[in-house]
Write a protein that binds this ligand. Sequence first.
Ligand code: ADP
Length: 395
Amino acid sequence: MKILVANLGSTSFKFRLFEMDGEGERVLAKGGYERVEDFGKVISEALEGLVRDGHLESVDDLEAVGFKTVLGKDLSGCVPADDKALAALDGLAQIAPAHNPAYANGIRQFSRLTKARLVALFETSFYQWIPETARRYAVPESWYEAGIRRYGFHGASHKFIAERSAEMLGRSDIGERVRNLYTEGPGEEPEGKPLRVVSCHLGGSSSVTGILNGVAIGTSMGLSPQSGLPQNNRVGDLDSMAIPMAMNELGLSMEEVLRDLTRQGGLLGLSGVSNDLRDIDAAAADGNPRARLALDYLVASIRHWTGAYAFQMGGLDAIVFTAGIGENRADIRKGVCAGLEGFGLQLDTSKNQQPNTGERDIAASGSKIRVLVIPTNEERVVARETWRLMQKKKA
Ligand code: ADP
């Protein structure tokens, strides 16, 4: 069965074509487009290219397309990307303006261009079982009923990390629990010692998730992808009173406030240099104090959330770094792990410095807490869940 996983941004379209072989899979092709204006055009170009290169016999050879949709009103999990899913995306487009309209548009284009089954795996899926204390804000009940709560994002990535870290730590029982989580739910708690992992997805957008026995107990992302850690150009945590204050003091309209918070904030806002850590790092090396602050702020924020989850889980067995920053930036990992020998965490500084060579344990041999670097594979999660939903439909 051939499944395409579509990754859509406001101006980008990336894809990966999988040949599914039961639970396993093989990547047949991948590609993408940047600075996209006409999504219909590039999607049909991509499909034609896959036929031309012999990966598909015809466009009809594609059985399913999986979408890593972000946030749905009253909808989560792995579901058909139908009118109900589109309504769920449209319903919260205002809360995830960089993500929801892009996916809604992509789904509409694919349904016009192919006969393939369309499947949506919401990024909120991994947080379906977090305790109520981690899901709620302290707002009046009417706000909660209106949908104002923590949803969490990067679910596909953190799920991948939950599964792979459990396997790397010798807990295949928990790996299996994670693999079946979306189809079977968490079920019974596994036997034996609890496995306490903090997963740090650090990229263009970033989040930290506490994972107990393979299941999320909380995450730094909240109602929208505008919370928790500083994002590339989006603000992280912010006191709600900052908005009326900025409007009064700076004379900004609500639209201008939202522009600043969604496009001029985060690491860009702090550094004044760039939304990319490589540029910020170069500026910091040149002595730019705001660039230095942005790097330090990111590290402090990761430590803040990691510490919170370690405490809530009664300890920590592993911290995992993933995504562009987590996989590549030894300086950020070193900052996060600094001075924690008393907690039983010690980095192997030379292993930490090695280039991104794939999955690795970079803790010192005597460290009680393991430090793992795991390249994330969100597409694999989407492909497998899409396959599972197709099997269920067929049965
Ligand atoms: P996205 O979330 O948009 O997929 P990434 O996961 O690629 O983005 O993360 C982007 C961030 O990761 C940027 O700040 C960038 O500086 C950093 N990054 C990505 N790749 C590398 C690399 N090879 N070396 C150093 N930093 C990198």
